[in-house]
Design a protein. Sequence first.
Length: 212
Amino acid sequence: MVSTDRLLAFAAMSFLLIVIPGPSVLFVIGRALAQGRRAALTTVVGNTLGAYVLVVAVALGVGAIVERSVLVFTALKLVGAAYLVYLGVKAVRQRGSLQAAFNGEGPSHGSLRTFWEGFAVGVANPKTIVFFAAVLPQFVDQGKGNVAAQMLLLGLVFNVIAVACDSVWGLAASTARGWFARSPRRLAMIGGVGGFTMIGLGVTIAATGRKD
């Protein structure tokens, strides 16, 4: 299975990506502000299950191809890294959009609908898709075999971290709305820092990886 060093390294990189406000986080924040904590946490659960569907798809599909082809692996890595840099630049340029999420209002929905909407956002999150396709294979130990099982384990680690971090975002948004709303600059700072972190993550991905 995956070594402890690889597992910890993957957990650290996952945490860096997860804490950056992206489509999933903004959706959770919007639900927390419009409908409260319960809706936010229900959204987090749906979001996480949607993300794990991506893990399964990568483990059973992309993983098998990447295992056999260094060229495919390198192409996925570079495309993924470039897209993360693009998302980072976009986040920096549009950092003021966080204000709209914190001001968002919407009609209340049932728990099941809230769950499925969260699931849809999780399974369609481009940041997560790129991360699983381009980054996840880098932490697999080819020599130990069971590539799909290793990916599923790493994906589970990612999702555990995601549940914790996204829940914190949702709870914080529902309790600190007034403090953030009084200063748009605070929201812009969050978006800017997140964008630059994503750019750095993209550059790191492009510069590291398999050498075989």
